[in-house]
Structures are given as structure tokens and as C-alpha cells.
Design a protein around this ligand. Sequence first.
Ligand code: DC
Length: 236
Amino acid sequence: MNAANATAARVDPAVVVAIDGPAASGKSTVSREVARALNWTYVDSGALYRGIAWKALRAGVKPRDAEAVKALLARSRWEFPRRGLAVAFTVDGEDPGEAIRSPDVAESVSDIAALPVVRAFVGEQLRAMRRYAPLVMEGRDIGTVVFPDAEFKFYLDADPEERARRRARDLEAQAGAADVAAVRASLERRDRKDSTRREAPLRAAPDARIMDTTGMSVGEVVARIVAVVRAGVGAA
Ligand code: DC
């Protein structure tokens, strides 16, 4: 048995590590790596909001039309299979894959995520994923709304210029050149919508550990989180 399995065997099976923060704070890479280091299940909650935005765009449903989005959710079938260490989803039997990362989806997802009916739906699905625990779940409101009782809460941030550079680097890897200033403007637009919306705005839980990752490598952030979790689990 390796060290990760030894950790997994000892812990309370319902343990949740909540990792929240703004777009391009490094959350996704860090959360995936933390889950891998602990050998626990990883959940990207933003992917589900993106999946709903993707489905709405394809169905010709306007992302601000709450009634139409509600009807769309009611008539579509969502499934959440585990693939390796990650929880994936299909809608009406289809896996949208990388299509949920398209610029169209990125522009409409904040409006979708601001709808109470969408947040209620996603919250319910995310809470049901405790069946796959121990979990590492990343998002905007995991420590505040979805799992306020999460054993471990982290809030990752980085200064806006650094976040824009990181996101531009990701986009360049996918699609060639990216304009850092334009990327920064788009991130700031999304941050503003996510932090000022009425439902579950982006904010750190009072009991979250806040980490400014500006100038830190992914490896450093992961090592710090894993050390806190291992120490906490060992002490439980
Ligand atoms: O993390 P991301 O960029 O994939 O998130 C996509 C959108 O979903 C983003 O606009 C914020 C929203 N979101 C949310 O409101 N609550 C979450 N727990 C996760 C994402």
C-alpha cells in the first residue's frame, strides 16, 4: 500500500476538501493535483455550470431566461459517473468534453450561474457526490453554501495581472496567441458578476484558509494544502 492509500484508508469517508476562489486563481490545477496526491475523488463544480450553459446555447435557450432554463433542466437527464479519480457528467447521454471551455460558454456561464434554479439544481447534485467521498471539490461557493460543514476549506487568490497571464498561457496552449489585456478584461467582468450576484456570491468562508498564490508554483500550493489535510486527518 502506498502513502496515499494509507491516508485514504484511515480517514472519515465523508471528508470534503473545499477549494474556492476566482477564475484563473490556479484552483483547477491545484485541486486536481491535491486529489491525486491524496488519492481522493476530484469534482470540478464549475464544469457543471458550464455544462448547463453549453446545453442552453445548443437548445437556443437564453441564459437569463430563468423559466426556459428551468424547463430545460427538468427535461434533460444528467448523470455523474466517476472516471478514474474525477466525477464526470453526461447530459442526455452526451459528454460535451472541451466544448464547455469555448468562449461562448465562458461568456454566458455567469448569467446561468446567477439563476437560483440553476444553483439549487447544481447544489443538490454536488451534495449527492458525497457518495464518492473523500472528496476534493473546487468552485466558488463550496465552503460557504454547498458544504458549509467541509472539514477543510481553502480560498485561493492571486493578483489580477497574474491571473490574466495564467489564463492567457492556458488559452495559448489550446488555441495559439491570446491577448493578456483582453483576457484580463474578461476575467474582471466575470469576477464582478460572480462576486456581486445575489445568490451565493464568490467570497471566502469565514473559516477558510486564504492563500495568495501570486508568485507561488502549483507544486508549492499543492504541497501546502496536502500538508494541512494530512495533518488534520491524522489528528482526527
Ligand atoms: O471555475 P469555472 O471558470 O469553470 O466556473 C465557471 C462559472 O461557474 C463561473 O462564472 C462561476 C460559476 N461557478 C459558480 O458560480 N459556483 C461554483 N461553485 C463554480 C462555478
